[in-house]
Write a protein that binds this ligand. Structure first.
Ligand SMILES: [Fe+2]
Ligand SMILES: [Fe+2]
Length: 137
């Protein structure tokens, strides 16, 4: 298959997104206390962003002739807020790099709208990362 590497990369990132929105959903549910409401709101908002990213990736995999294969990491998330934010900021940073790589692969294959969407998702993750770092102080 001509776009094997691209489809494999999109599927890998799909699994990262699904893993992320499941984790953020559980972390948002576990956060209590008025003082922590900002962090809870951040995770609730980001669940929606990550679901949107996952949906786009799943659609593209099918459009390129692939089949989305789900194997999310279901490790229970941490319960301490600083640990959550630290780990998630690092994961968001890795996602930025993955999307930049996917944008390059898409451009090489001549899929320009896919390339631009990958760049947009890289920018979203970069913003998530900055928000988390800001909350860490
Ligand atoms: Fe995402
Ligand atoms: Fe994100």
């Amino acid at each position: 298959m001509a776009h094997k590497e691209l489809i494999a990369g999109l599927n890998e990132q799909l699994n990262r997104e699904v893993t992320t929105f499941l984790r953020y959903m559980l972390q948002a549910a576990s956060i209590k206390g008025a003082a922590n409401e900002v962090v809870r709101e951040l995770y609730l908002e980001e669940v929606k962003d990550e679901v949107g990213h996952a949906q786009y990736l799943a659609n593209q995999i099918v459009m390129l002739g692939g089949t989305p294969k789900l194997a999310p990491d279901l490790t229970p998330p941490p319960t301490e807020i600083p640990v959550m934010l630290e780990r998630d900021a690092a994961a968001e940073e890795a996602d930025v790099k993955n999307y930049v790589k996917l944008a390059e692969l898409a451009e090489k294959a001549g899929f320009y709208s896919l390339k631009m969407q990958m760049e947009e998702q890289a920018a979203d993750e970069d913003e998530h990362r900055h928000e988390m770092r800001r909350l860490l102080g």
